[in-house]
Design a binder for this molecule. Structure first.
Ligand SMILES: Cc1cc2nc3c(=O)[nH]c(=O)nc-3n(C[C@H](O)[C@H](O)[C@H](O)COP(=O)(O)O)c2cc1C
Length: 160
């Protein structure tokens, strides 16, 4: 069993972040458009990297796969979530799309909850009990995104 990193990206931002994480962990990346039940079966450690679009919804290619994701057996799997959003333009739904994964990955060991890495926002559905449910980044506006990702990876790499 091995690690799989899946990204969902409209304009390529989440792909860049996914490839950066993959380079640190030493595995490949898969576009959510190509996600299959077989891929989910074969990888017991997964990292989903997804931007938020519309009004707080997970990126569309991942959204199209939520049913498929929900059909997998998550009870033996470890999952970490990475979100991309824009705090200044979308302060009321900052990275909210990440929560769309929660109901379809029940039973998974969810790792990588993280403090707010320095963003100003008003509300995020992904900010629960004082922490984000994964790493969140404002990739377009944050020159520190790699350093923040490195800090998050320090905490989660033991699982991957
Ligand atoms: C139409 C549109 C809606 C967006 N809605 C949100 C949102 O609700 N919350 C948020 O945090 N970011 C939102 N964003 C910002 C994107 O998530 C951000 O630009 C991200 O870097 C895009 O990554 P991608 O190219 O991988 O899709 C939105 C962007 C666009 C263009």
């Amino acid at each position: 069993m091995s690690t799989g990193i899946v990204f969902g990206s409209n304009d390529g931002d989440a792909k860049v972040v996914a490839e950066y994480i993959a380079s640190k962990i030493g595995c490949g990346v898969l576009n959510a458009t190509d996600l299959t039940a077989d891929f989910l079966d074969k990888n017991d450690k997964l990292i989903f990297v997804a931007s938020t679009h519309k009004v707080g919804e997970v990126q569309k290619d991942f959204q199209a796969k939520l049913g498929l994701i929900g059909e997998a057996d998550w009870t033996e799997k470890t999952l970490a979530l990475v979100g991309l959003g824009n705090a200044a333009k979308h302060p009321d739904t900052f990275n909210s799309g990440l929560v769309d994964f929660l109901p379809v990955t029940k039973g998974a060991k969810l790792v990588g909850a993280f403090d707010n890495p320095g963003y100003e926002f008003d509300y995020s559905a992904a900010f629960i009990n004082g922490k984000f449910i994964g790493l969140v980044l404002d990739y377009k506006n944050d020159p520190q995104w790699q350093a923040k990702t490195d800090g998050w990876l320090n905490g989660v790499k033991q699982y991957f």
